[in-house]
Design a protein around this ligand. Structure first.
Ligand code: PPS
Length: 258
C-alpha cells in the first residue's frame, strides 16, 4: 500500500480520523499500538504482524505521544503518518519510547485537549530535553538514572499504563521467544487481536548467517535490517553487582504477576 506522504495536505475528513484514497484504502488512526519496549523486538513484531493480510503497518516510528513537537501538530498529522489500509484491515504503529514515557498512557485527556487546541496553538515548538548519559553503576550502586537500566523496570512503567488501560487491552509479547521461535508468539498475537489465523510456519525460515529468523511473504524472503540482531559487546561479569541482579529479578516477577 502506498505509504503516508507527509507532504500531502492535512486531512479534512468530517471527524479528522479518516482520509480516503481513490483505490478504496484510507488512512485511519491505529487500532493497535506497539508501545515497547525498546530493543525488545518491536521491529520484528510489527514486520511479522504485517505478514497478516488484515494488518497495515506504519513504516516508521511515529513518536506522536512522546514528542511534544509531533504532538503539537495534532491528530491530523498523526493520521497522515498512517499507512493506507483497506476497510477490513487494522492499522498498527510502533513507537517503543511510549512504554517508558510517563505522560503517554493518559491519552484521552491529552488527545481531546489537543484536538481543541491544535488549530489555535502552534506557537511553541519545544525541543526534547536531552538527558545526560549516565553510567550503569555509580559509586558501587545501581544507577537508576541510567536510561537503559530504567527502561528495564517494566513493573514501574506497566503500573503507569495500567492506570489508564485495562489489562485485557494489553498483550505482552515475550521478546526472547519471538527470537527463539516466532510462530507460537505470533499466533498468540493473532488470537489477542482476534485476527483470522493466517500467519504460518512457511512465513519464517532460520537464516544461519544472520542467526535469526527471517520472513517469507508471497515467495519473497527478507531479514530485518542489519541494525537488528547485532552482536552484543562482552561485559565483564564484575560490572554486575549483586544488587543489580536482584533488581532485575524482582522486576521480572512483578511482570509475570500482571
Ligand atoms: N527475527 C529477528 N531478526 C532480528 N532481530 C530480532 C528478530 N527477532 C527479535 N529480534 C531482536 O530485536 C531487537 C531489536 O529490538 P527493537 O526492534 O525493539 O529495537 S528498537 O527499540 O526499535 O531499536 C534485536 O536486538 P539486538 O540483538 O541487540 O540487535 C534482536 O535481538
Amino acid at each position: 500500500w502506498p505509504p503516508a506522504d507527509p507532504t500531502e495536505p492535512s486531512p479534512d475528513a468530517d471527524n479528522g480520523t479518516t482520509v480516503t484514497h481513490p483505490n478504496g484504502t484510507s488512512q485511519r488512526l491505529p487500532q493497535i499500538v506497539i508501545i515497547g519496549v525498546r530493543k525488545g523486538g518491536t521491529r520484528a513484531l510489527i514486520e511479522m504482524l504485517s505478514l497478516h493480510s488484515s494488518v497495515a503497518a506504519a513504516q516508521n516510528e511515529v513518536h506522536f505521544f512522546d514528542w511534544e513537537s509531533h504532538y503539537q501538530k495534532g491528530i491530523p498529522w498523526y493520521l497522515s503518518q498512517m499507512p493506507y489500509a483497506f476497510p477490513e484491515q487494522l492499522t498498527v504503529e510502533k513507537t517503543p519510547a511510549y512504554f517508558t514515557s510517563s505522560k503517554v498512557p493518559k491519552p484521552t485527556e491529552r488527545v481531546l485537549s489537543d484536538y481543541t487546541q491544535v488549530f489555535y496553538n502552534r506557537l511553541q515548538k519545544h525541543k526534547r530535553y536531552q538527558p545526560i548519559e549516565y553510567v550503569l553503576v555509580r559509586d558501587g550502586d545501581i544507577n537508576l538514572g541510567y536510561k537503559a537500566l530504567n527502561r528495564s523496570l517494566y513493573y514501574v512503567h506497566m503500573q503507569n499504563w495500567l492506570q489508564y488501560f485495562p489489562l485485557d487491552s494489553i498483550h505482552v509479547v515475550d521478546g526472547d521467544e519471538l527470537i527463539r521461535d516466532p510462530l507460537p508468539e505470533m499466533k498468540k498475537v493473532e488470537r489477542f487481536l482476534k485476527l483470522e489465523p493466517q500467519i504460518n510456519a512457511s512465513n519464517f525460515y532460520f537464516n544461519k548467517t544472520k542467526g535469526f529468523y527471517c520472513l517469507r511473504e508471497h515467495g519473497k524472503e527478507r531479514c530485518l535490517h542489519d541494525s537488528k540482531g547485532r552482536a552484543h559487546p562482552h561485559v565483564a561479569p564484575a560490572i554486575y553487582p549483586r544488587k543489580l541482579k536482584l533488581t532485575f529479578q524482582s522486576c521480572t516477577s512483578h511482570l509475570f504477576n500482571i
